[in-house]
Design a protein around this ligand. Structure first.
Ligand SMILES: Cc1cc2nc3c(=O)[nH]c(=O)nc-3n(C[C@H](O)[C@H](O)[C@H](O)COP(=O)(O)OP(=O)(O)OC[C@H]3O[C@@H](n4cnc5c(N)ncnc54)[C@H](O)[C@@H]3O)c2cc1C
Length: 277
């Protein structure tokens, strides 16, 4: 079994201090909750010279509720996101998705910042955040900026070096739903998932965002499915028609039959849910 090699550990108390360490270290590694990092550290080829722990930075913790948006500090744990009354009230799909991740002990360590910043295809939260129109506050190499989740996930090379400080969620009154499938009960990692959000209006919906996390590539926007739902009254929605549109939306995705089947089943549940509401 491999053992940990030596590295310098830093525990900055401010974002600027952490950024300075990030820039001056030869091979730095940011540590959020550590659920990914500590799992892979022993095996990684690109071993860090410096590990920069973010836990002591007070401004990165907690959930703030303002009139128009809710801000979640990047070091807020998924257990805190899942149990937050504010998140539950305004963004139930996010609370639900956070509650699905891994296991109880892991959710008490894993952070929302680490989930997004890992940039792994298969993690749960990016698709839900995209559906809800969330933004990522990013303290990068050259500047601090606020990016859409898609733009954040597209950063590469030196541009991708920096710290996620917050996730910002606009209170836009969208109704969100998250469906998630796993391979087996024992392996709790997602295999495919669908995040949906829309604003209800007389007999129908508008501002539809339907994002699928195929776990094979970045989350994909189903634009055809979104316009199918927007252009019909809820009573006219048909699962087989929506499934045909979904297949066309995903033509380039080359999804296996099982994943496609799960997504079509999600559409059926979604339609049922909206018809019954
Ligand atoms: C057994 C197991 C099961 C899991 N199941 C799931 C699951 O079902 N769904 C799911 O989505 N994930 C799952 N995960 C993955 C992981 O636990 C979560 O995605 C978690 O949210 C990662 O957050 P963290 O704080 O632990 O990240 P860390 O491990 O600390 O970091 C992850 C990456 O992000 C970087 N990073 C961390 N914080 C920041 C920041 N603020 N700014 C910039 N970069 C940062 C780190 O450098 C690292 O590259 C699982 C992991 C394990 C070990």
């Amino acid at each position: 079994m491999p053992i940990l090699k030596d590295f310098r550990y830093h525990a900055p108390v401010g974002v600027d201090e952490a950024l300075a360490l990030l820039h001056k270290s030869k091979k730095p590694l940011l540590l959020g909750g550590g659920t990914f990092v500590l799992n892979t550290l022993k095996k990684t080829a690109a071993y860090p010279t410096d590990v920069i722990g973010l836990r002591k930075i007070a401004s990165l913790h907690g959930i703030r509720d303002a009139a128009k948006e809710v801000t979640i500090g990047s070091m807020t744990t998924l257990a805190e996101v899942a149990s937050s009354p504010v998140v539950g009230e305004h963004f139930a799909s996010l609370a639900g998705a956070a509650a699905c991740v891994a296991t109880t002990p892991l959710r008490h360590m894993a952070t929302i910042g680490g989930n997004v910043a890992s940039r792994f295809f298969w993690v749960d939260l990016p698709s839900v955040l995209m559906a809800l129109g969330a933004k990522v506050a990013w303290a990068g190499d050259k500047a601090k900026k606020t990016l859409s989740v898609e733009d954040f996930l597209s950063l590469t090379g030196p541009e991708a070096r920096g710290i996620v400080t917050e996730v910002l969620l606009p209170k836009s009154g969208l109704t969100g739903v998250y469906f998630r499938h796993t391979q087996t009960m024992e392996v709790d990692l997602p295999l495919v998932a669908m995040a949906f959000a829309a604003r209800r209006q007389a007999g129908g919906v508008k501002d539809v965002r339907c994002i699928v996390n195929t776990t094979l590539s970045r989350p994909v926007r189903l634009t055809g499915v979104a316009s199918y739902f927007e252009t019909k009254k809820v009573t006219e929605w048909k699962a087989d028609e929506a499934a045909d549109v979904l297949r066309r939306d995903l033509e380039q995705g080359k999804l296996d039959d099982y994943r496609l089947h799960c997504l079509c089943a999600d559409l059926e549940s979604l339609i049922d849910k909206f018809k019954k509401a």
